[in-house]
Design a protein around this ligand. Structure first.
Ligand code: ADP
Ligand code: ADP
Ligand code: ZN
Length: 217
């Protein structure tokens, strides 16, 4: 299965992606996680990406598309993948389509997690993440078993530098201007399905599984 997740920052893409990846045995690829890893290792890519991420802006398409091309060429993506946070512009969507077509493949589904703006700030400011495995928690809605430690790998949980109120508001504006057009883009291609992301985490996962079982390849 080749799928992408769409939705505003804080919709629950990363949270659901972990469960989908486990259940359907497809690699979870998060451009945000790739950027954060590069930032923590101070690579040239990380240094460049940080300038944009800290302001709540998108990393330029050229850089982002090159990363995805490289990642999707890996052997583990041959039978499917789950993209979380890519594409974020129609240009990135077009690049993905072209890349898949080179191998005679195409996307199976674009899954939108719908969450209205008023829910987002609370989710983002209470978010805590594991920089080692990418797991995402919430101090109230999804706390880790041991405070400050990742359930999966035991590493320290941190608050992301871009999860402050000002940056979150900027990111939502960027989402509405640059990423939301992808909803129509995939709907026009009959690839769009949507779930209500305001439900509890396990309820959202159940709705997603219902949709994925019906298109499973
Ligand atoms: P995204 O990857 O879309 O930005 P995350 O999966 O990191 O979103 O979730 C954002 C925050 O909201 C995290 O703190 C997460 O624990 C919490 N969260 C995710 N899904 C839900 C949900 N259905 N209800 C309440 N909180 C949620
Ligand atoms: P969130 O979980 O809040 O949706 P991500 O972890 O997916 O955020 O991304 C964090 C930041 O990394 C984004 O605000 C953006 O600056 C950058 N980024 C991630 N994916 C992309 C992309 N596909 N194109 C451009 N920038 C991206
Ligand atoms: Zn972890």
């Amino acid at each position: 299965m080749r799928m992408i997740l769409l939705g505003p920052p804080g919709a629950g893409k990363g949270t659901q992606a972990k469960s989908i990846s486990n259940k359907f045995s497809i690699p979870h690829i998060s451009t945000g996680d790739i950027f954060r890893k590069n930032i923590s290792e101070k690579t040239p890519l990380g240094i460049e990406a940080k300038k944009h991420i800290d302001k709540g802006h998108l990393v330029p398409d050229k850089l982002t598309i090159d990363i995805i091309k490289d990642r999707l060429n890996n052997e583990d993506c041959k039978n499917g993948f789950l993209l979380d946070g890519y594409p974020r512009t129609v240009n990135q969507g077009e690049a993905l389509k072209a890349l898949l077509e080179e191998d005679g493949n195409s996307l199976d589904i674009a899954l939108l997690i719908k969450v209205p703006r008023k829910f987002i700030l609370n989710r983002m400011t209470g978010r805590r993440v594991c920089l080692s495995c990418g797991a995402s928690y919430h101090i109230t809605f999804n706390p880790s078993k041991v405070e400050g430690k990742c359930d999966v790998c035991g590493c320290d949980l941190v608050q992301r530098a871009d999860d402050t109120e000002d940056t979150v508001n900027e990111r939502i504006d960027v989402y509405e201007a640059q990423t939301q057009p992808l909803i129509k883009y995939y709907d026009d291609k009959n690839l769009l399905s949507a779930v209500d992301g305001t439900l509890e985490i396990n309820e959202v996962f159940e709705s997603i599984c219902g949709i994925l079982e019906s298109i499973k390849k």
